[in-house]
Design a protein around this ligand. Structure first.
Ligand SMILES: Cc1cc2nc3c(=O)[nH]c(=O)nc-3n(C[C@H](O)[C@H](O)[C@H](O)COP(=O)(O)OP(=O)(O)OC[C@H]3O[C@@H](n4cnc5c(N)ncnc54)[C@H](O)[C@@H]3O)c2cc1C
Length: 431
C-alpha cells in the first residue's frame, strides 16, 4: 500500500464507525502517523438508517466523508480498502490495495447482521446494516406499492404491501413505527387507489416483550405506541424460515409477505488472522482486556462492537451501541498518550448514559438512570441527542430541516426509487 513517509510510529485504525472516527480525530494530535482504512469512504450514522429506509431522510445526510474527518492532514491518511487479514507476528495487514505494516493496530470493524447460520434466510430477507441496504428497503417497499397499483386482486395487493419484521429490538421497533407513519401520512396522498389497511405491518419477536434490552416500563410504553400506530406485534414468536414469500415460525403463526426484514440482532465482524482462542465464538467479538488490548497481543487493540471486554459489571461485554465505541475510542487515545510518555495505562470504565428508541411522531421511550421517559418529552430528547451525535455540521442542518419539514407536513419526502432493488433470491415473482 502506498503511504506517505513519516518519522512517527504508524497506527492503523480499521473501520471508520463511531470508534474509528473518535480515535482518528483525537490520535492525529499525537506524534503518530494515523492511517484510517475503511471499505467505504464515508462514516455511516447507523441510528438514523431506518429513516432512510422509510423515506424520511436522504442517504447523504447520514453519511460523512472520512477524508473530511480531520482538518490537519499532515499525519492523517485515509485509504479506501477492504482489510482481509492481519499477520500479528509480521505486524502487517493484507488489504484489497496491498499489504501494509503497522506499529500499532486498532480494529474497529463493528458488527454484522446475525442470521444464526441460516444462509437461506440471509439470502431471502432484507437487512439494514449499511446505507445501501437501507436504500434497498426503501426502493423495494416503493416498487411493491407501484406493483400493487397494477392489480385488482386484493390478496396480491396485501402481499405486496405487507411488511414483516423479525426482531423487536430498537431497529425493528423504529422501522415498524416509521412504516406505520408512512402508511398514515404518505400512502393516502400518493396512492389514492390503494387501501391503506392492506399495508399491514407485523413485528415478530421470540421474547415476551419489545425492546427487551430496555426497562420493562419502556417496553410496555413502546408496545402501546406501536399498537396505537396500528402495528401488529407478535411476541413469543420466533421466525424459523422465509421461503417462497412465506414466513414460518416456531408456533402455528405463519404469514405471506414479499417484504421480510430481518432485524433480530448482530454479531461481531472480525477479520481473519487473530487466533481463534482470542475470539468469543458465540458473539464473534475479540476478547480484550480493560485497556482494549486484544488478549495475547501487545500492539493490537479493538474498540466498539467488535470488542468484548468482560468485567464484573458487564460479564457479557458492553452493549453493542454507539456509546461504548465512542468512549472506548476516547479512552484508548488517552492511554496512547500515556504509553508514548512511558506512563502506566488506565483501565476503561463505561459510563452508561441511558438508552432510547423512537416509535413515531411524539412517541419515544428513554431509560435514563432509574427513570423512564415516554411520549413527546422522550421524542424531543431523542431528536436532540441524535442531532448532537450526527457527524458533520452540514448533515446536522440538513437533517434538522428535513425533520422540521416532515413534522409540519406529515410527509416523508425522500420516497424515490433511485436504484431499483432486485431481490437476490428469485422468488418466482421477481425475475
Ligand atoms: C440499524 C441500526 C440502528 C442502530 N441504532 C442505534 C442507536 O439508536 N443508538 C446506538 O447507540 N446505537 C445504535 N446502533 C448500534 C451502533 O450503530 C453501533 O453500536 C456502532 O456503530 C458501533 O460502532 P463501531 O465503531 O464499533 O462500528 P461501526 O460503526 O459498525 O463501524 C465499523 C466500520 O468498519 C468498517 N469495516 C468493517 N469491516 C471492514 C473491513 N474488513 N475492511 C475495511 N473496513 C471495514 C465498516 O465499513 C464500518 O465503517 C444501531 C445499529 C444499527 C445497525
Amino acid at each position: 500500500m502506498n503511504l506517505p513517509k513519516s518519522d512517527f510510529p504508524r497506527v492503523i485504525i480499521v473501520g471508520g464507525g463511531f470508534g474509528g472516527v473518535t480515535l482518528s480525530r483525537k490520535l492525529v494530535k499525537q506524534d503518530l502517523q494515523v492511517v484510517l482504512i475503511d471499505q467505504h469512504n464515508y462514516h455511516n450514522f447507523q441510528p438514523l438508517m431506518y429513516q432512510v429506509a422509510t423515506s424520511g431522510l436522504e442517504p447523504d445526510s447520514i453519511a460523512f466523508p472520512l477524508r473530511g474527518l480531520v482538518e490537519q492532514k499532515k499525519n492523517f491518511v485515509f485509504r479506501l480498502a477492504e482489510v482481509y487479514s492481519v499477520e500479528p507476528v509480521l505486524k502487517e495487514l493484507k488489504t484489497s490495495i496491498g499489504s501494509v505494516k503497522f506499529d500499532y493496530l486498532i480494529l474497529a470493524t463493528g458488527s454484522k447482521t446475525n442470521f444464526f447460520g441460516n444462509s437461506e434466510l440471509e439470502e431471502a430477507s432484507l437487512q439494514m446494516k449499511s446505507v445501501p441496504q437501507a436504500l434497498n428497503i426503501r426502493s423495494y417497499m416503493l416498487q411493491n406499492l407501484e406493483e400493487a397499483t397494477l392489480t385488482d386482486d386484493r390478496e396480491e395487493q396485501r402481499r405486496l404491501m405487507r411488511i414483516v419484521l423479525s426482531g423487536a429490538g430498537p431497529t425493528g421497533v423504529e422501522l415498524a413505527g416509521a412504516f406505520a407513519e408512512f402508511r398514515k401520512g404518505v400512502l393516502p396522498n400518493d396512492y389514492p387507489d390503494l387501501d391503506p389497511d392492506l399495508m399491514e405491518i407485523h413485528l415478530l419477536d421470540g421474547s415476551d416483550r419489545v425492546l427487551a434490552s430496555m426497562s420493562e416500563k419502556a417496553s410496555i410504553k413502546a408496545k402501546k405506541y406501536l399498537k396505537k400506530l396500528g402495528v401488529n406485534v407478535h411476541l413469543n414468536v420466533m421466525v424459523k424460515d422465509y421461503q417462497d414469500n412465506l414466513v414460518t415460525t416456531n408456533t402455528d403463526f405463519s404469514i405471506e409477505a414479499y417484504s421480510f426484514i430481518w432485524s433480530a440482532g448482530v454479531i461481531g465482524n472480525p477479520i481473519s488472522g487473530i487466533h481463534e482462542e482470542h475470539i468469543n465464538q458465540k458473539s464473534q467479538r475479540y476478547l480484550v482486556d480493560q485497556y482494549n488490548r486484544i488478549q495475547g497481543y501487545a500492539d493490537i487493540f479493538a474498540v466498539g462492537d467488535i470488542a468484548l471486554m468482560q468485567t464484573e459489571k458487564f460479564p457479557h461485554g458492553h452493549p453493542m451501541v454507539a456509546q461504548p465505541a465512542i468512549q472506548q475510542g476516547a479512552h484508548l487515545v488517552s492511554n496512547f498518550k500515556r504509553m508514548l510518555k512511558g506512563r502506566e495505562l488506565k483501565k476503561f470504565k463505561y459510563f452508561d448514559k441511558g438508552s432510547m428508541a423512537t416509535i413515531g411522531r411524539n412517541k419515544a421511550v428513554a431509560d435514563v438512570g432509574k427513570f423512564t421517559l415516554g411520549g413527546a418529552l422522550a421524542w424531543f430528547t431523542w431528536l436532540g441527542v441524535h442531532l448532537y451525535f450526527l457527524v458533520g455540521v452540514r448533515n446536522r442542518l440538513v437533517v434538522f430541516l428535513n425533520w422540521t419539514y416532515n413534522y409540519f407536513n406529515f410527509d416523508r419526502a425522500a420516497r424515490l426509487i433511485i436504484r431499483p432493488y432486485q431481490k437476490k433470491k428469485i422468488s418466482g415473482r421477481l425475475k
